[in-house]
Ligand binder design. Structure first.
Ligand SMILES: Cc1cc2nc3c(=O)[nH]c(=O)nc-3n(C[C@H](O)[C@H](O)[C@H](O)COP(=O)(O)O)c2cc1C
Length: 191
């Protein structure tokens, strides 16, 4: 089983990365191959809205560091997306990647019964950390992203949240979150 993990935080040792790392370590121990990309270290642009992926080609016309990432996601079985909440949403690093996944949609996807260029059956694991301890806040973020990834053919999705974590190192102290992370990785990789 292949796992691709995208770290959306600029803090390499931050909370969302620590949870994603625990997922990946557990997945590796369960026999999966893992490729991790720290988005903040890559040079890439946002979707240009050029529609070349709908009219001329079946992938993104931009050629930059995200080209390899988009290709790896196409091939993977499991995708881990990790992000802090920044201003009520995902980080700009992750949002820019998500915009580029527009290239996964087929021409005429709004009415086309085949909406995705990706093989069906992939699994999405979404990791979200926030400083605010109130878990009722920012509940809207995951359903929006899940909706698009469902259209891409990610049949199963899992959400792992840590609320009330601020500085790096705080998520590691959340035993409930880390236990859920490990359990989720074991369950997915066993399947
Ligand atoms: C620019 C910026 C914006 C933030 N916006 C929010 C926010 O809207 N809501 C919130 O609860 N926490 C917010 N935070 C706090 C982070 O979500 C929190 O510290 C998170 O655990 C950081 O995750 P990371 O260590 O993976 O980067 C913000 C932090 C920064 C630096």
């Amino acid at each position: 089983m292949n796992v691709v993990c995208l770290l959306g935080s600029p803090q390499k040792k931050g909370n969302s990365s620590a949870i994603a790392q625990r997922f990946c370590d557990t997945a590796e121990k369960s026999g999966a191959s893992v490729a991790t990309f720290a988005l903040n270290e890559l040079n890439y642009r946002g979707c240009q809205g050029c529609m070349a992926c709908k009219t001329k080609r079946d992938d993104c016309a931009l050629s930059d560091d995200l080209t390899e990432v988009l290709e790896a996601v196409r091939e993977t079985d499991v995708l881990v997306l990790a992000s802090p909440v920044y201003f009520w949403d995902v980080s700009s690093q992750l949002k820019t990647f998500i915009d580029r996944t527009f290239s996964y949609l087929t021409p005429g996807f709004m009415t086309n019964p085949v909406k995705s260029r990706l093989a069906p059956g992939k699994k999405l694991v979404f990791v979200l950390t926030q400083g605010n301890p109130d878990s009722s806040l920012f509940r809207d973020i995951f359903p929006k992203i899940d909706c698009f990834f469902k259209a891409y053919g990610f049949a199963e999705s899992y959400l792992i949240r840590a609320c009330g974590v601020r500085g790096p190192g705080e998520a590691e102290g959340r035993e409930d979150v880390m236990a859920l992370t490990q359990k989720t990785a074991e369950a997915i990789c066993r399947a």
